[in-house]
Design a protein around this ligand. Sequence first.
Ligand code: BGP
Length: 463
Amino acid sequence: MSKCMWGAAMAAGQAEGAYLTDGKGLSIFDTLDQSRERAVKRFPAPVEGKYYPSHVGPDFYHHMEEDLKLMKECGLECFRTSFSWSRIFPTGMEEKPNETGLQFYDRMIDRCLEYGIEPIITLSHLEMPHALFEAYGGWEDRRCIDSFLRYAVTVFDRYKGKIKYYITFNEINCTIHFPLIVGVGTDRSNNPLQCKYQATHNVMIANCLAVRELRRIDPGALIGAMTAYGPVYPLTPDPRDVRKAEEVERENLFVSDTLVRGRYPYYMERFFRENEIAPVITPEDERLLTDYRIDFLAMSYYNTNAETARKGNEKSGGNLFGGVKNPCLKETEWGWQIDPLGIRILLNRLAERYDNFPLMIVENGIGARDMLTEGKIHDTYRIAYLKEHLEQVQEALKDGVNLMAYTMWSFIDLVSASGGQMSKRYGLVYVDRDDEGNGTNARIRKDSFYWFSDTLKALKKGL
Ligand code: BGP
């Protein structure tokens, strides 16, 4: 069995708060309010008097020392989080980085290393500087690549020899599924489909250039990309359902297919032709895709999706993409279907698709409304979710899957990406903050914290 690191995850925009502190610039995540349309409607600049959950959030920025101590106490081997691009380059267009922003990350990384916790750092987790998005209209414009690269190189130079694992983009396929949330300006394009696929291409090139630069600057470090993925099942054995499931699966995996294999997959040619999409892909781009492949593929896994060619089935919720309801599965309060066996299927499916390429699961968890009773949170449902998923991860390891790391989502409660709520809690550690911004931000260990800590001890012993 391959050696896997066990830990927990979070992301800068959802956890740090301090949205304009110490020179940080506004990020596109900071312009998302709590409306249900936050991921599908153009986000304007913050409106005076309106509530933006990420501006303070769980305030990791001012609780970093305390939270890292809790991680040490829990026994994490690794901590997957992101840097905020706009904390380092406030508008994304400066020549020089914001030194105070970098000093925050210096302290964070040094403390992780002191505690024996391996940092896994994502460069862009649903974020880019808001000013950059406004200036260039988002990732469809190739100038975003230069800006991203300046940021990536700054980070690689600074943390050379300290950070061993990087992820370029969180849920890199979000450019197709939720373009607006990741800085793709489909709202201002007269051809949104073309815009989405051009932006996706540009993000992939930014990824490859970052791979190239890391290999030059710090050849000992590894770099991957992260994709949102849940295996797609046909709802019935009807071949039309099987075919539909295959199509959706390809839509979800086309970015990782390209980055792992170093070229666009064969099925995209027909897709582009029939949908009249013609992204500009230069011969130099093709070379970059081939020459600078990622070292590992990371995934978020929350749910599987069932698909059918027939109309009229009840829809199911889910992370980024939901299919129709699978009658064999239970679901969370948010309608995301719970499928522990799905994680073993996922790992084996990708191991097979990519010839046992190194994989990481960097998000897996359950969003639930926790009840505080006499200062305690008895989150049995979270323990059950994580336990059942971890059992299947163990099975996948026994199957021979090359899994480098598993980090549950999330270490502390944080702002939900899709809904902006604090009440959709994922953490092992409760944060006293509600959907309206009330609360002390005090941290309370949940029952799942103690359970996870015991489980980590057993996992480290290889049990
Ligand atoms: C993924 C994101 C995370 C996280 C998670 C849970 O899409 O990478 O940032 O938020 O999903 O989703 P949500 O917060 O919408 O419940």
